[in-house]
Ligand binder design. Structure first.
Ligand SMILES: *[C@@H]1O[C@H](CO)[C@@H](O)[C@H](O)[C@H]1NC(C)=O
Ligand SMILES: *[C@@H]1O[C@H](CO)[C@@H](O)[C@H](O)[C@H]1NC(C)=O
Ligand SMILES: *[C@@H]1O[C@H](CO)[C@@H](O)[C@H](O)[C@H]1NC(C)=O
Ligand SMILES: *[C@@H]1O[C@H](CO)[C@@H](O)[C@H](O)[C@H]1NC(C)=O
Ligand SMILES: *[C@@H]1O[C@H](CO)[C@@H](O)[C@H](O)[C@H]1NC(C)=O
Length: 400
């Protein structure tokens, strides 16, 4: 129904501060009914309203303070002050209260993990915990108990679901209302090296640079998989927002490029989202497209402004991408012969290293299947996007 979206836009701009409603079609319908007036309200409906003490306020509705009280759907029966609309992932003691939440967390670090990558995960988790982050592990291999040896085990949140991807977990467990207290969400893959990465310094850089969507640059020498030039670290730089590449038939990247993958774009192995950007991205993640291919190309719409300014790669704090086979992949080391070649290809997002370009189909190797599935999803996502654009007459494409 077009109506509710349009009204939502109206409500949003008019009373952004007073009402923080995500979905409120029913409430809006009710408001509209009030506007239209008594005449159209059936008697029994009126009676129902009076039960809720609403008919009394009908007369002075136009002038009164309740006008802007748009409330989250389902909460209308409660006095406003009792509503607890957002949550967090803070662990709390069974008795007593934690010492004043004065130092609430700086951010949330969430990563999909398998026990085989425990060496890398250990380093990441230590780093983020010691930087006052809340850490959340998404276990895709069922090995939750095997992490008990780590002293930090009881201080992180474990979520386990077999063979699920980072995006599957994120859609289900990182709802924007749940993570609303964190200024930034780090949603990373597990095969990353963080020797040259400091979370606090990273945060201060993206804040001062105004990056709503970002990723740390990739070490060009130590990384095994480098898919896109824009993600590669630039020496003696703090942040870069575009890449330059001479191109065939005008397909290269230069100072006038305005679109991904030349600018306004990051890869999906180590994205960092501001709170506002995450709220938008969460909506875009599709429940059934768990590899999230294609999402990266549209991220710019969630950049809270111009994607060529608010999306960037941080060079000063950088990581190594090891390209290890993970979910769906084989044991052991991934061969790396063909990956560097992909730099030139226009491959889109992948959180799945197993999807590197292996043509041979090993019986125990599901990378090929995962890759094929990822392409299917990409196709579906593109079609869905185009259909949505076509059908939404209120939507304006700021990048056209
Ligand atoms: C809170 O942070 C301040 C500095 O930002 C620090 O001095 C203080 O010790 C911290 N308190 C706790 C309980 O961590
Ligand atoms: C999970 O994936 C692996 C292959 O990577 C497969 O062998 C296993 O049966 C899957 N488990 C479930 C419960 O689907
Ligand atoms: C992968 O290769 C490295 C050396 O290149 C080796 O140290 C490591 O044990 C290998 N990992 C597996 C799981 O075989
Ligand atoms: C990648 O492959 C080359 C040979 O193609 C090999 O020399 C190199 O050690 C490999 N790197 C890693 C990290 O496995
Ligand atoms: C890159 O791919 C081309 C063919 O697509 C191949 O001839 C070449 O050997 C590859 N290079 C590497 C380093 O794998």
């Amino acid at each position: 129904m077009k109506f509710s979206e349009c009204v939502y836009l109206l409500a949003d701009s008019k009373s952004r501060r007073s009402c923080f409603c995500t979905i409120l079609p029913a409430a809006l319908l009710l408001c509209l009914v009030f506007f239209i007036g008594n005449a159209f309200i059936a008697p029994d409906y009126k009676q129902k309203l009076s039960v809720w003490g609403l008919t009394g306020s009908l007369q002075n509705f136009k002038s009164n303070k309740c006008e802007n009280r748009c409330r989250p759907y389902g909460s209308e029966a409660l006095p406003e002050g009792i509503m607890s609309q957002t949550s967090n992932l803070e662990l709390r003691p069974l008795w007593g209260f934690p010492e004043k939440d004065a130092n609430s967390s700086l951010g949330l670090f969430a990563v999909a993990v398998g026990i085989k990558q425990k060496d890398l995960i250990n380093k990441m988790v230590r780093k983020f915990l010691s930087s006052q982050f809340v850490v959340m592990l998404f276990h895709y291999d069922g090995n939750v108990d095997k992490w008990k040896g780590f002293e930090w085990n009881d201080h992180v949140i474990h979520v386990s679901a077999i063979n699920q991807t980072k995006w599957w977990f994120a859609k289900r467990f990182l709802h924007p209302d749940i993570v609303a207290e964190y200024s930034h969400i780090f949603l990373w893959d597990e095969d990353l090296g963080v020797e040259n990465f400091n979370p606090k310094r990273y945060l201060s850089i993206i804040k001062s640079e105004g990056l709503d969507i970002s990723q740390p640059a990739l070490d060009r020498y130590k990384s095994v998989e480098l898919h896109h030039q824009i993600t590669i670290r630039v020496r003696r730089s703090i942040v870069h927002r575009r890449t330059y590449k001479p191109g065939l038939n005008g397909k290269g990247c230069d100072a006038s490029s305005t679109a991904p993958p030349c600018t306004g774009w990051i890869e999906m192995m180590a994205p960092v989202f501001s709170r506002a950007a995450w709220r938008c991205v969460w909506y875009m993640i599709q429940n059934d497209l768990i590899h999230a291919w294609g999402l990266d190309m549209q991220l710019g719409y969630c950049a809270q402004g111009d994607r060529t300014k608010n999306v960037g790669v941080v060079d000063a704090e950088y990581i190594i991408h090891y390209g290890r086979p993970t979910l769906g992949g084989m044991d052991g080391n991934e061969t790396n012969s063909s990956v560097k070649n992909q730099t030139s290809k226009s491959k889109t997002a992948s959180s799945t290293k197993q999807a590197s370009s292996h043509r041979h189909h090993h019986p125990l190797d599901h990378r090929y299947d995962v890759r094929r599935q990822s392409y299917r999803e990409l196709d579906i996502f593109k079609k869905r996007w185009n259909k949505a654009v076509e059908e939404d007459k209120c939507w304006v494409d700021i990048y056209q």
